[in-house]
Design a protein around this ligand. Structure first.
Ligand code: GDP
Ligand code: IMO
Ligand code: MG
Length: 429
């Protein structure tokens, strides 16, 4: 039984939630290892639609244990709001375990996130405003608060005092905001302590023991390769390790336990927030794809920027993540286009680049080299076998597979759990 890491291979919102959910009842644990409630993973089951932010998508599978790993930043107010919302809809959240080492998002992280963005003006990142970056910054600065601190109020108060020492200078003197008191932060966080306590666990130990027993564990990445703090389009990235390697640091499970890496890709491309996006479509063409694909953010409701499939990005993701299988989603959205452009390389100042350019300057100046593929007009949403797809759609998928550096094992043809063409079993050896 394998350990599978599932990551976003573009700029997020590729359909990771659905891909995780599709693995279903054969999975024993689903682990979120990075990010926080900046993520928005949508799962559609019949007429029910679930938007998951902090909870891994495995929460929807009865019998599966959802795990929030040490690499996650946890906003306790969001956590319990999400648990309550799902419980009210009949989803059992009682098995959730949260790493004692996961960091907490406090009110001042959200404040600093928002004021920093305002301060940056035209250089803003377009963050989700959830306090993600400031919480990770505190972690790296060694002034972060962790889930285990909720179990010891005295320690928590000391840590909050330490963190606020510098934060308050920043808030008052630079950002012109009021100072935050230690008491208000501690009172707020401690109001969640009793509810949190029974969920707190040594999740590294629990997961390693589960793997020893032969359990199937899926590590569900948040965000995506191009938003990864090391490997993405820095500084227009999130603040965590969204690539496959992040599954190990973010869970305490070592690299030699990982059997598979599944990269989730859209049949085109989208991005939310600022930063380079070489195949972006402007104006009406971009709007058409946005409307066809329903490309509006799950977390912030922002319209997503849209563009064509980008081969250098897919190949880069295959390489830095060690992708063994791709899940290609939203093929159905392309139905009705007469021809479909695909960026097979970039042109940077007259020089062809088959790989992602090395420097930020070159990425900003990259213009796509397009190849046109023949479209199809037949409805593909009922296809379940590859042969059910119209010949032109089959050729499109096979061409992307050939160009992108790993086999395409599953093709999504609609938002529902059932709407997939499965070519290879993602959990098979
Ligand atoms: P995630 O953040 O990677 O989990 O992706 P999101 O949930 O933010 O965005 C993906 C959107 O596409 C969601 O609304 C899904 O329900 C939807 N979706 C996923 N796969 C497919 C597919 O194959 N076809 C269509 N039409 N929609 C899909
Ligand atoms: P899922 O898991 C798409 C983007 C934000 C912004 C940048 C930094 O649903 O794919 P942050 O709040 O993380 O500091 O914002 O990253 N971003 C996402 N874009 N999908 C996501 O998650 C994202 N999470 C963050 O728009 O550009
Ligand atoms: Mg999303």
């Amino acid at each position: 039984m394998p350990a599978v890491v599932l990551i976003g291979a573009q700029w997020g919102d590729e359909g990771k939630g659905k891909a995780t959910d599709v693995l279903g009842s054969r999975v024993d644990y689903v682990v979120k290892y990075n990010g926080g409630n900046n993520a928005g993973h949508t799962v559609v089951v019949g007429d029910q639609k679930y938007a998951l932010h902090l909870l891994p998508s495995g929460i929807l599978t009865p019998g599966c244990t959802p795990v929030i790993g040490n690499g996650v930043v946890v906003d306790p107010s969001v956590l319990f709001e999400e648990i309550d919302g799902l419980t009210a809809r009949g989803v059992d959240c009682s098995r959730l375990v949260v790493s004692a080492n996961a960091h907490l998002i406090a009110s001042y992280h959200r404040t600093v996130d928002k004021v920093t963005e305002r301060f940056l003006g035209s250089r803003k990142i377009g963050t989700t405003g959830r306090g993600i970056g400031p919480a990770y910054a505190d972690k790296m600065n060694r002034i972060g608060l962790r889930v285990q601190d909720l179990l010891d109020e005295k320690i928590l108060a000391q840590k909050v005092a330490g963190a606020l020492e510098t934060r308050n200078h920043l808030l008052v003197k630079v950002f012109n905001r009021r100072a935050i008191t230690v008491e208000e932060v501690v009172d707020d966080l401690m109001s969640y302590a009793d509810r949190m306590a029974p969920m707190v666990a040594d999740t590294s130990l629990e997961l390693t023991r589960a793997l020893d027993r032969g359990a199937t564990v899926v590590f569900e990445g948040g965000q995506a390769t191009m938003l990864d703090v090391d490997h993405g389009t820095y500084p227009f990235v999130t603040s965590s390790s969204a690539v496959a390697a992040g599954a190990c640091t973010g869970s305490g499970v070592p690299p030699n336990r990982i059997d598979r890496v599944v990269g989730v890709l859209k049949a085109y491309a989208t991005r939310v927030g600022e930063g380079p996006f070489p195949t972006e479509l402007d104006g009406e063409a971009g709007e058409e794809l946005r409307v066809r694909g329903g490309e509006f953010g799950t977390t912030t409701g922002r319209p997503r920027r849209t563009g064509w499939y980008d081969v250098p990005v897919a190949r880069y993701a295959a390489r830095v993540n060690g992708v063994t299988d791709f899940v290609l989603t939203k093929l159905d959205v392309l139905t009705g286009y007469e021809t479909i452009p695909v960026a097979v390389a970039y042109d940077v100042g007259g020089v062809r680049h088959d790989e992602m350019p090395m420097t930020q300057t070159d990425v900003h100046h990259a213009t796509p080299v397009y190849e046109e593929f023949e479209g199809w007009s037949e409805d593909v949403s009922g296809a379940r076998r590859f042969e059910d797809l119209p010949p032109a759609a089959q050729r499109y998928v096979l061409a992307l597979e050939e160009l992108s550096g790993a086999r395409i094992s599953v093709v999504g043809v609609g938002p529902d759990r059932e709407q997939n063409v499965v070519r290879h079993d993602l959990l098979g050896r």
